[in-house]
Design a protein around this ligand. Structure first.
Ligand code: WTA
Length: 630
């Protein structure tokens, strides 16, 4: 598709047009796709009520645009190269034709179990091709997919199914993760017990372990071979829901971010092409999991909308050894590689021999996503992986934004280590000060907001529009508030400094403090808890828990283990605490609010200046906590 920006002048022109004549700009890009019926108006957006409508009146289908549209000329081109967890297992090549056929089979499977347009389908699968088939099958028939990352616990899975009242779950017997395997079906079975909305559980075979089929279970392999490899497209209104993806919030309940069809399609396709400078013949690889937004937008939809060839990777960065990523890059001659700073930092810690064994001379562009990339990791990535010849695209965006908003464009815009740099066309970032005023000076620091809507902005929090308004549109009326702090240099480049709310990013995963505290407080010996983040070499941030107990003499070593088990059960192992400190109290304001600022400083080991603690209800506790720092 020809919306590729080729040089600085075309970026500047596109950016200006996207602001001055926004409708025309997006209409031209949308015109590259197939629309069964044309739209009436390009955009109707209201930041106060948080109502956003793009391409209203238009009818399309994102699966048609991602798959069928390529069949006429490119049916034998490769959509995915599936690289399994175990390098000794053969790679699977999935052409666009094969993708179409399998997606249709899965769509027919959904229909067989009476899934209709608008029904929610929960997908709890490892990183295998069936995950892509299931996602696209939903899109094809207008069902709303809710993919849940397969590292989440049964309680987390249940909460997500209950929230959207999914009718069906698609899961697997198990998943392979490095040298281990996880019995996903057991986790799903436990979750389903508290999910009356689920009528069927479809089981994909991956690990081949013995499973018992219960009354709701269907072994998909018993049914799929009998189903047709054709399935009619359901034409969707541009604003019909496409998917729900849950992200952490500052209360215990996860937020089901709802994305719709037309705008999401237009934006992810456009940004994929331009941020990764994808050209025919390139082999693109994003190492994220499809259970997160990065996988939705830049493993499934963005690449397929461009007819791209991607590596789909089931494994982990360190199995069978810390050279796996670099090995796969050489094996498949990867040209664009997109990963997370936490992976870069953990691999940079290993012997360089794992890297120098490989040539990696196919690489053209390398990318980073999920959290700020620190200077050291940026330089290592640039030197050892990009060999100083591959631009690093440090892409800033969120589950809520649907696609990348701020990023360099390879060989077009400037690169500055640790900076996400410039907004993409259509995006107007601003920094707001503590008085809610826009910082007018060219350079400054503030809370990052976006001034006007873009096509893939989330439309609501599923079932709770008020929470959507409260979370994103009320702190700074008239703006979308990102929850991130940022600084801007004198040339208009943005550097994201990190979250300014109760979300902590651990190894690239967003974790809300409230759900973790809720999990800990379930323990019968725990009275109260507070979680803060502290800097960690590899994970970026790690979690530090301050816990007060009901009983004064527990076995602390055992109790710490139990607390982490409670967290693993409620959320998943990713939310376990690195440090736990038992204390007789937590610093509180007179209104009873925990002063996290103080706890954060203690966890960071910064005892220099706690500010005014005289307003605390219990100032003496600060000394005790300082002395007990882990
Ligand atoms: C953080 C991931 C700095 C940020 C796509 C954001 C980043 C949150 C970057 C969203 C980056 C993501 N530089 N910080 N390049 N990319 N973040 O919803 O704090 O999982 O608000 O979406 O990750 O995380 P989410």
């Amino acid at each position: 598709m020809n919306f590729r920006l080729l040089n600085k002048a075309s970026y500047d022109a596109a950016y200006s047009k996207s602001i001055a004549q926004s409708d025309d700009f997006w209409a031209e890009i949308a015109a590259y796709y197939h629309w069964e019926t044309n739209w009436n108006s390009v955009q109707q957006c209201n930041m106060k009520t948080a109502h956003f409508s793009w391409f209203e009146g238009g009818k399309t289908n994102i699966c048609f645009n991602a798959v069928d549209r390529h069949l006429k000329e490119r049916s034998n081109e490769i959509a995915y190269i599936f690289e399994p967890n175990n390098p000794e297992e053969a790679t699977t090549i999935i052409s666009y034709q094969k993708l179409h056929d399998e997606v249709c089979r899965y769509a027919n499977l959904l229909k067989l179990f009476n899934v209709k347009k608008g029904d929610r389908v929960c997908i709890y699968l490892p990183m295998i091709p069936e995950l892509v088939y299931a996602v696209l099958a939903c899109a094809r028939i207008g069902a709303v997919h809710s993919v849940v990352f397969a590292g989440f616990s049964s309680q987390s899975l249940a909460a997500r199914i209950q929230d959207c009242e999914a009718k069906l779950i698609i899961t697997a017997d198990g998943s392979f993760r490095g040298a281990k395997s996880v019995n996903l079906k057991a986790i799903a079975d436990e979750a389903i017990q508290t999910c009356p909305s689920i009528v069927k559980s479809l089981i994909v075979r991956r690990t081949g372990e013995k499973i018992e089929l219960g009354s709701k279970d269907i072994d998909v392999h018993d049914v799929l071979p009998k189903l047709s490899t054709n399935c009619e497209i359901t034409w969707m209104d541009a604003e019909d829901p496409l998917f729900i993806l849950y992200t952490s919030g500052s209360t215990g309940k996860p937020k089901g971010m709802l994305h719709t069809t037309g705008g999401y399609m237009v934006y992810t396709g456009y940004t994929f092409k331009n941020v990764f400078a994808y050209e025919t013949g390139d082999i693109y690889w994003c190492t994220a999991d499809i259970g997160w937004i990065t996988g939705h937008s830049y493993i499934v939809y963005g690449p397929l909308l461009n007819g791209a060839t991607s590596v789909l990777f089931e494994g982990t960065p360190t199995f069978p050894d810390a050279g796996r990523f670099w090995n796969v890059i050489d094996k498949h001659k990867v040209t664009q590689f997109y990963t997370a700073p936490t992976a870069i930092r953990s691999l940079a810690k290993e012997s360089l021999e794992f890297v120098t064994k490989y040539r990696m001379d196919s690489l053209k562009v390398i990318g980073s996503v999920g959290e700020p990339i620190n200077e050291e990791a940026w330089q290592w990535y640039n030197e050892h992986i990009g060999k100083k010849k591959c631009p690093i695209v440090d892409t800033w965006w969120q589950t809520e934004t649907g696609g990348i908003l701020i990023s360099p464009l390879p060989n077009i815009t400037e690169l500055i280590p640790t900076y996400a740099t410039k907004p993409l066309p259509g995006i107007q970032p601003v920094l707001l000060d503590e008085h809610k005023n826009e910082i007018e000076a060219q350079s400054g620091t503030g809370n990052l907001c976006i001034k006007r809507a873009w096509p893939s902005i989330a439309r609501t929090i599923y079932g709770d529009h008020q929470r959507y308004i409260d979370t994103y549109f009320s702190a700074y009326p008239g703006y979308y508030f990102t929850g991130d702090g940022a600084l801007r240099d004198e040339n208009g480049n943005y550097r994201i400094t990190g979250r300014v709310d109760d979300v902590i990013i651990v190894s690239g995963h967003n974790l809300g403090t409230a759900p973790i505290e809720d999990a800990i407080n379930e323990h019968p010996l725990v009275a109260e808890s507070a979680i803060v983040g502290f800097p960690h070499d590899i994970k970026g941030n790690a979690l530090y828990g301050f816990v007060t107990l009901k009983n004064e003499n527990p076995n602390e070593v055992e109790l710490k283990k139990e607390i982490n088990q409670y967290i693993a059960d409620a959320i998943g192992p990713i939310a376990k605490l690195d440090k736990i400190q038992f204390t007789s109290g937590l610093p509180k304001t007179r209104s009873g609010k925990i002063m996290r600022r103080i706890l954060r400083k203690i966890a960071e080991g910064d005892f220099s200046n706690f500010g005014d603690i005289s307003t605390l209800l219990n100032p003496e506790i600060v000394e005790e906590i300082k002395n007990g720092k882990q």
